[in-house]
Design a protein around this ligand. Structure first.
Ligand code: ADP
Ligand code: ASP
Ligand code: MG
Length: 438
């Protein structure tokens, strides 16, 4: 039986915390596979190493060289090694890394060095084997994770080793060049390693005592979720509860490996367990959690007899596909449909082109654009079986004097998504939380 432990940025923020991480790992013989993120913020206002590294790459892009931009990265790692009181020299690794960044000239390679350097240090501190993710995590031509190839390579690299340390966040593309997952992607690395070594548990160590019913930065000390299904987790994390990357469930789901969210700063706290739906026992709560994200645009389309016009939706979607724009939700009625799109995809002249394209493709009676919309998802297995949940939800939002611009009840019957104005976002989360949890 072996566990995979992924430690996030705040768990790597300084040498003292890394010492606490060492204790956590050494307190359980099954904790044999360790995945680390780049050092995160030590205090509010501090900069994550990954963000420092993206700034390094911007300098290379603008001026052709790093200039002084790599100095703060070096300083962070020097102070970590000093705080660890460890008996090794990081200088050579730092200067080699700097040279490689200048040679490779790629955003992904530059950003990945935070995880790389951190894993080199943690492996030394633990006396463990360092396994470079570049050699064992692979992407396909289209940029997706090449699971089978990665699982095999990881299992091979770990064979006979007691403790292995992997840098999170990156792997290599089909040309052997470093490629990263999206931000927060070390969670995915942890899940990939868990699948590869057939772990009994994937522990995800962070700075909160579990998955909470909503963002603790919006509601003070929200209720901890004791147990949650992969499905609910996917809905909540996709909708902005980024305590765990929303793609991290895919590798473990197939192998039924449970995940547990744990707090590095309170290791005895129980945390949250994430289980396959088959093993998950509902808590009895109607709602499991609430999450959301800001900055969406709704394109509302109305046309009489829309429903009987064969291929109407397909024609509208073809316009978006042409512009390479993904659509988040498509709530629809008999003669109406809306497209909910992340506003970031509609910058420059794109919105205008999309509107013109839809106009030409389907000749609607009305087409209207509503900008600055936030989406708020209320998620829970108990929602479909409990009469009156939507009424309670909408009443709570109305009582807070918040106007709902869009409603989408997912066909999974696991969630209801509402669109509200960006400025009402926090109040909307608070109102829903108060209705179902207070
Ligand atoms: P790590 O660096 O360990 O990967 P992250 O910053 O990615 O940590 O995720 C942990 C943070 O997620 C918490 O500090 C918290 O502010 C935020 N968060 C947002 N929504 C939730 C939620 N529903 N439950 C717990 N934490 C949440
Ligand atoms: N360090 C990377 C980021 O900041 C990956 C991670 O933390 O998971 O996004
Ligand atoms: Mg994270």
């Amino acid at each position: 039986m072996a566990k995979v432990c992924k430690f996030g940025g705040t768990s790597m923020a300084d040498g003292n915390i890394i010492n606490a991480v060492k204790k956590i790992i050494e307190s359980d013989k099954e904790r044999r596979f360790v995945v680390v993120s780049a050092p995160g913020k030590r205090y509010s206002g501090d900069t994550k190493v990954t963000d420092l590294l993206y700034a390094c790459y911007s300098a290379i892009e603008k001026t052709g060289e790093l200039g002084e931009t790599f100095e703060p990265v070096k300083a962070r790692f020097r102070s970590i090694v000093k705080e660890l009181n460890a008996n090794f020299d990081i200088e050579q690794t730092l200067s080699e890394t700097q040279k490689l960044i200048e040679k490779e000239r790629s955003a992904d390679f530059t950003a990945s060095r935070g995880e790389y350097l951190c894993a080199v240090i943690v492996a030394k501190v633990l006396g463990a084997k360092f396994i470079d993710a570049r050699d064992v995590i692979f992407f396909t031509e289209s940029g997706a994770l090449d699971g089978d190839r990665s699982y095999k390579a990881i299992a091979e690299a770990c064979r006979g080793e007691k403790i292995c340390v992997f840098p999170g966040f990156y792997g290599s593309d089909t040309n052997g060049r470093v490629k990263t997952f999206s931000r927060g992607g070390s969670d995915i690395t942890g899940a990939v390693v868990a699948r590869a070594v057939n772990a009994s548990l994937y522990e995800n160590w962070t700075d909160v005592s579990g998955f909470l019913a909503c963002d603790p930065r919006i509601v003070d000390s929200p209720k901890r979720i004791k147990s949650i299904s992969y499905k609910e987790l996917r809905e909540l994390s996709y909708m902005g509860a980024n305590v765990l990357h929303s793609e991290s469930i895919f590798p473990v789901r197939k192998a039924n490996i449970p995940i547990r969210i744990k707090n590095t700063f309170r290791p005895d706290d129980e945390g949250t367990e994430i289980l396959p739906s088959s093993r998950y026992k509902p808590s009895g709560d109607i709602v499991t959690g609430v999450a959301g994200k800001k900055n969406f645009t709704v394109i509302y389309i109305e046309k009489s007899l829309m429903n009987s016009e064969v291929g109407f939706i397909a024609k509208v979607l073809a316009v978006l596909a042409e512009e390479n724009i993904p659509v988040e939700h498509i709530p629809s009625g008999i003669d109406t449909m809306s497209l909910v799109i992340e506003s970031g995809y509609l910058g420059g002249s794109k919105l205008g082109r999309v509107i013109d394209g839809i106009q030409n493709a389907v000749d609607p009676d009305v087409i209207r654009v509503i900008e600055n919309i936030a989406l708020v998802a209320t998620v829970g297995h108990g929602m479909s079986s409990s009469v009156g949940t939507s009424a309670r939800l909408f009443n709570a939002i109305a009582a807070a004097d918040i106007n709902i611009a869009m409603i989408d009840q997912g066909s999974s019957e696991l969630n209801i998504v509402v669109g509200v104005r960006n400025e009402d976002y926090e109040r909307c989360i608070k109102a829903i939380y108060a209705e179902f949890f207070s």
